[in-house]
Design a protein around this ligand. Structure first.
Ligand code: UD1
Ligand code: UDP
Length: 365
């Protein structure tokens, strides 16, 4: 049996490893094991996704928790190195671009253990973004680079990566969505929040560039309040954002407003049910840009750049700033963002393609 470690750490990782885990258990000769680094640990940032995606409890839990970038990255490396020496996996698969992604890759590569990066090649070309550093380092050292879109292949080739390390596999997030579509569609989460399908906008915000600077955060809160005058808003608040809103006192701008519903972060099926019923998304999330493109729902991304340019070129995503958000909401509400076909290989069959790659990798010793 070949042992495959799937590294999961933070909210956007669980939905990426889930379809892959379920595909790998079906393949003879492979034993997938989930390694949870513990970067996210709240029930609604971690456990809820194991329930939603019917995943077993993590086989290994590193329990690193929160910390500075160096602390978090270092703690994952130290804890995971011990596991790697003991467990000797045949392949370590990392996903996405969080601190644990780069940390697990570094620990494995230095022990000569094979590594693969799923969602490789994405670049925002903005090195002030912590994830951009994680992407560059991970892609420069991982053995196998599995990309979601042609821009990913091109970025890697431009960085001098040899062609034989790159395979375009498509977008695993679409597998996650299709896996749970019938459950998602059977729910009515807007009703629980006293809203009706098709009559609200949905918000997610957590990037340090938006929420860590008190002036920018205040400006954003004021614009969101203005937008809520045109369209009621539902806002499941990420723990980083909640912390910053409370510390700065800016939570008061959003609270006690009938047109803004604040909630804790939601499980995947609940959140996707809200996405499917929304007129538009206001977000800075990477995954949400992709989900809305696939579903054809207008997405206003509060960022200066995106590492997912196909969502703008081929999808319903538009970049905006606090200054342009309100007019972009008008444009989206007037039906200006037309639905297009999903990008190539965003088809719900990425996990199967990745499993084929894994079998090739572990059979080639
Ligand atoms: C992390 C990732 C980011 C990803 C995001 C997804 C990095 C550098 N950042 O950002 O790429 O988009 O996850 O959501 O890896 N906290 C809790 N409970 C939790 C987790 C975090 O309260 O379960 C709070 C803590 O105060 C913590 C803060 O949120 O200090 C930030 O958590 P952290 O994992 O460092 O970064 P995120 O902003 O969540
Ligand atoms: N998501 C969720 N509950 C929420 C908000 C988001 O399940 O309350 C899901 C969302 O559908 C997507 C993923 O979380 O699949 C994105 O994670 P996040 O925005 O935290 O990280 P990013 O993609 O920006 O790295």
């Amino acid at each position: 049996m070949k042992k495959i470690h799937l590294i999961a750490a933070a909210r956007p990782n669980f939905m990426k490893i889930a379809p892959l885990y379920h595909e790998l258990v079906k393949r003879p000769g492979l034993t997938p094991e989930i390694v949870h680094t513990g970067q996210h640990y709240d029930l609604n940032m971690s456990d809820v996704f194991f329930r939603d995606f019917n995943l077993p409890a993590p086989h290994i839990h590193l329990g690193v928790g929160s910390g500075s970038h160096a602390e978090q990255t270092g703690n994952v490396m130290i804890a995971y190195e011990k596991i790697l020496i003991r467990e000797k996996p045949d392949l370590v698969v990392v996903v996405g671009d969080v601190n644990s992604t780069v940390a697990a890759t570094l620990a494995a590569v230095k022990l000569g253990i094979r590594t693969a990066h799923l969602e490789a090649g994405l670049r925002s070309f903005d090195r002030t973004m912590p994830e951009e550093i994680n992407r560059i380092v991970t892609d420069s050292i991982a053995d196998h680079l599995w990309t979601p879109s042609p821009d990913g292949d091109q970025n890697l080739l431009n960085e001098g990566v040899s062609k034989d390390r790159i395979t375009r596999v498509g977008n695993i997030m679409i597998d996650s969505l299709e896996m749970l579509r019938s459950t998602i569609e059977s729910m009515d989460v807007p009703k629980k929040l006293n809203r009706k399908k098709g009559t609200y906008g949905l918000i997610t915000l957590h990037r340090p560039s938006n929420v860590d600077n008190p002036e920018i955060l205040e400006r954003l809160c004021r614009v969101l309040k203005e937008v809520s005058g045109k369209l009621p808003l539902i806002f499941p608040v990420h723990p980083r954002t909640s912390d910053r809103l409370l510390k700065t006192g800016h939570m008061a701008i959003l609270e006690n407003n009938n047109a803004i519903t604040l909630t804790t972060p939601l499980g995947y099926t609940e959140f996707m049910n809200l996405v499917m019923g929304s007129r538009l998304l206001i977000t800075d999330s990477g995954g949400v840009q992709e989900e809305t493109t696939y579903l054809g729902i207008p997405c206003l991304t509060l960022r200066a750049n995106t590492e997912r340019p196909v969502t703008v070129a081929e999808g319903t995503n538009r970049l905006c700033t606090p200054d342009t958000l309100s007019e972009m909401v008008d444009l989206a509400l007037s039906g200006n963002f037309s639905k297009q076909n999903p990008p190539d290989l965003w088809d719900g069959r990425t996990a199967a393609r990745v499993a084929d790659c894994i079998i090739k990798v572990v059979s080639s010793e």
